[in-house]
Design a protein around this ligand. Structure first.
Ligand SMILES: *Cc1c(COP(=O)(O)O)cnc(C)c1O
Length: 355
């Protein structure tokens, strides 16, 4: 018997690597190539360090209010702060939701090809899970989620496939699961998807999560949120207050509000990412890649003759980092984050050397 017998035995989530050098074109973590809104920089420069003496708002109150107001103007909803939970990135929000909601003996369901953090939380929290297979075109069949379960989690659009579903899918999913909580992970929703936020007013068992990391260019700041009925939000708050009362610091809260307040900038950078995505999709298809229409800021690409690994290694050599997984079903696929036009041109040039 040794103390080592009692250590946790867990395989953690592995994120895209963060290179040390600035010369690297980094297209491996779905980060935004544009800086956060100018108001975010101004807010951080103006920030009064003296205030750090005191603890921040426990529930990021100013940010919840700003988020509710913005979502209302976008979705025609009547959400209040009581419908919003804020956490330290949506990974923290999702982990909190898994803890708060998935406490039955029944398996929760999520697709076999999806965000690879979900099984990690299940292992950590000892939540049983099953992973219905997406079809050969990586589409999710909603009927796979109609049976008995302990909960459902689906990203919309899905990652790493980049494929989105419509609101009819979400409605059908929730209506067939009146006894479970359904989480829709909308990490990429701002790049053209259909948000289910308004449906949270109708369905008390639906939780939607979003993040500042991708469409708001703030991955380094760690802000995520959940939108749902006040009851769901209260239970998440109780979990949060049982392990960390203050997940967001004062700078995060103020910078988050500043980002929300600049809707114009947000729209313009997202429009640029989408325009680049559409152009690069066409060009890569012309070079022999199969790419589903993306609703995100990344592409899920497979070449008709070259192996994913070969392309990945060649680009790496050229200082261009993309994502490749040696995993069943997706081992010949590459996930390529949409960068600036210049970065994507460098990627296209490097690919042409191989093709
Ligand atoms: C990036 C991502 C997240 C989490 O991002 P945070 O930086 O923690 O907000 C959650 N879900 C999916 C599908 C993602 O791709």
């Amino acid at each position: 018997m040794s103390w080592r017998d009692n250590l946790i035995n867990i395989e953690p989530y592995t994120a895209g690597e963060q290179p040390k050098s600035d010369d690297i074109i980094k297209l491996n973590a779905n980060e935004n190539p544009y800086p956060p809104a100018p108001a975010v920089r101004e807010c951080i420069e103006r920030f009064k360090a003296d205030g750090l003496r005191l603890y921040p708002s426990m529930d990021a109150a100013p940010l919840r209010k700003a988020v509710a107001k913005r979502l209302n103007s976008l979705n025609g909803t009547a959400l209040t702060s009581g419908n919003i939970f804020i956490g330290n990135g949506s990974d923290d929000v999702l982990a909190t939701a898994f803890r708060a909601f998935f406490n039955s003996d029944k398996a929760i369901l999520f697709p076999d090809v999806t965000y690879s953090f979900y099984p990690v939380w299940c292992e950590l929290l000892k939540i049983p899970y099953k992973t219905p297979a997406v079809d050969d075109d990586f589409r999710i069949d909603v009927r796979d989620y109609f049976g008995e379960n302990g909960g459902v989690v689906i990203p919309n659009p899905n990652a790493p496939t980049s494929i989105g579903v419509g609101l009819d899918f979400v409605k059908e999913l929730v209506e067939h699961n009146p006894d479970s909580i359904v989480i829709i992970d909308e990490a990429y929703i701002d790049f053209g998807g259909e948000s289910a936020v308004a449906l949270t007013e109708k369905y008390e068992n639906l939780l939607v999560t979003q993040t500042f990391s991708k469409s708001r260019s703030m991955a380094g700041m760690r802000i995520g949120m959940a939108i749902g009925s006040p009851e769901l939000i209260r239970y998440m708050g109780a979990v949060k207050d049982s392990y960390n009362s203050y997940p967001l610091d004062k700078v995060q809260i103020e910078a988050g509000v500043a980002s929300i307040d600049d809707e114009e900038y947000f729209k313009s950078t997202n429009a640029k990412v989408i325009a680049t995505r559409e152009r690069v999709t066409k060009e890569l298809r012309a070079l022999g890649f199969d790419i589903p229409d993306s609703g995100t800021n990344f592409l899920f690409a497979e070449h008709n003759s070259l192996s994913a690994k070969e392309i990945f290694l060649h680009l790496r050599e050229k200082g261009i980092y993309i994502r490749y997984w040696d995993k069943p079903r997706i081992s010949n696929r590459l996930r390529i984050t949409i960068g600036t036009d210049e970065q994507m041109d460098r990627l296209l040039e490097a690919v042409k050397e191989l093709v």
